[in-house]
Design a protein around this ligand. Structure first.
Ligand SMILES: [Mg+2]
Length: 311
């Protein structure tokens, strides 16, 4: 591999890197954990950052959990985190609807309990979660008069393993009214899982299904949309982007968010993207791909505390 414009953090430059930051935005899946397994050293690295007076903030595109549900997961995996520090797309979608769109009416939600809980906290009524499946042999043409709720004034799509043909029919039908906003939590195509040869489709696959049927493009609230960082800054107005690093395993979401918001960027190799992907972007003739080269990389986020310890 020819030389990368992306420095590996080592015992030589880790202190200088840490001295240059106050705030650490950290992606979760593929950085702190994979599925239900904590990535080695991640707990100790967060503890070390706190001891140094750095502010960790957790920004995840995963829409399956509310902040309360995330706290349970963080605790279960050994992390100590407060609800204020967590920005998941379920929470950010609720903030976007309430504060940016000043939404009134009911949401048709393709999503699960995390999104349902955050919408409830924001006082936004919704319908949609749960089973809405098709019976074998059902005649598709019976759905030309599929029942729609006249109070629905918006459509929100997040991760929903109970997605069905009928749910997509409903969502796309609501979206025939151009005044109905179409919001998606994120476009990630796959969940990061460690098993080679296995794939779990991500929310992006469900969004594509609705987008194609609706013939409309959604507003995506998750990374790389700057909205995620705007929500963080609204809660923590003293954050200085120049002294903030975005840590993530994906170039097209985490690293791109960092670039879009003029943050420092640190990629870890325990999730989706690889150094080969960085190399590919660096050598690309496309300017948008050339941008997707992080400032730094580490084999794993959990290595950071070991680098500092060795000094
Ligand atoms: Mg990730």
């Amino acid at each position: 591999m020819s030389s990368l414009n992306c420095q590996q953090l080592t015992t030589k430059n880790a202190w200088e890197f840490l001295d240059s930051i106050d705030t650490v935005l950290i992606d979760c899946d593929g950085v702190l954990w994979n599925s239900n397994d904590t990535i080695d050293g991640a707990v100790e690295t967060i503890q070390m950052l706190r001891k140094m007076g750095k502010q960790p903030i957790f920004v995840t595109n995963n829409s399956t959990k509310s902040r309360r549900q995330y706290i349970e997961k963080f605790n279960r995996l050994g992390f100590t985190v407060s609800e204020d520090e967590i920005f998941g797309t379920a929470y950010v979608a609720g903030l976007y609807l309430k504060h940016k769109l000043k939404f009134s009416g009911k949401i048709y939600l393709i999503g699960g309990s995390g999104l349902a809980e955050e919408l409830t906290i924001q006082g936004i009524p919704f319908i949609g979660p749960g089973y809405d499946h098709v019976e074998e042999g059902e005649d598709v043409h019976n759905w030309t008069n599929i029942e729609l709720d006249p109070e629905v004034r918006g459509v929100l799509v997040g991760f929903d393993p109970l997605i069905s043909f009928r749910k997509v029919c409903r969502a796309a039908s609501y979206l025939t009214d151009p005044s109905v906003p179409y919001i998606a939590t994120n476009l990630d195509g796959r969940l990061p899982i460690p098993n080679k040869g296995r794939v779990i489709p991500g929310t992006g696959c469900l969004v594509d299904f609705v987008t194609k049927a609706a013939a409309r493009q959604p507003t995506v609230v998750g990374k790389p949309n700057e909205l995620m960082f705007q929500c963080v800054k609204e809660k923590f107005p003293l954050i200085n982007p120049e002294r903030t690093v975005m840590v993530g395993d994906r170039l097209d979401t985490d690293i791109l968010l960092g670039k879009n918001c003029n943050l420092k960027t640190l990629m870890v190799l325990t999730g989706i993207s690889s150094l080969e992907d960085v190399q590919h972007n660096q050598q690309s003739t496309s300017q948008s791909l050339q941008k997707l080269v992080p400032d730094f990389y580490l084999p794993a986020f959990g290595d950071l505390h070991k680098l500092v310890k060795k000094e």
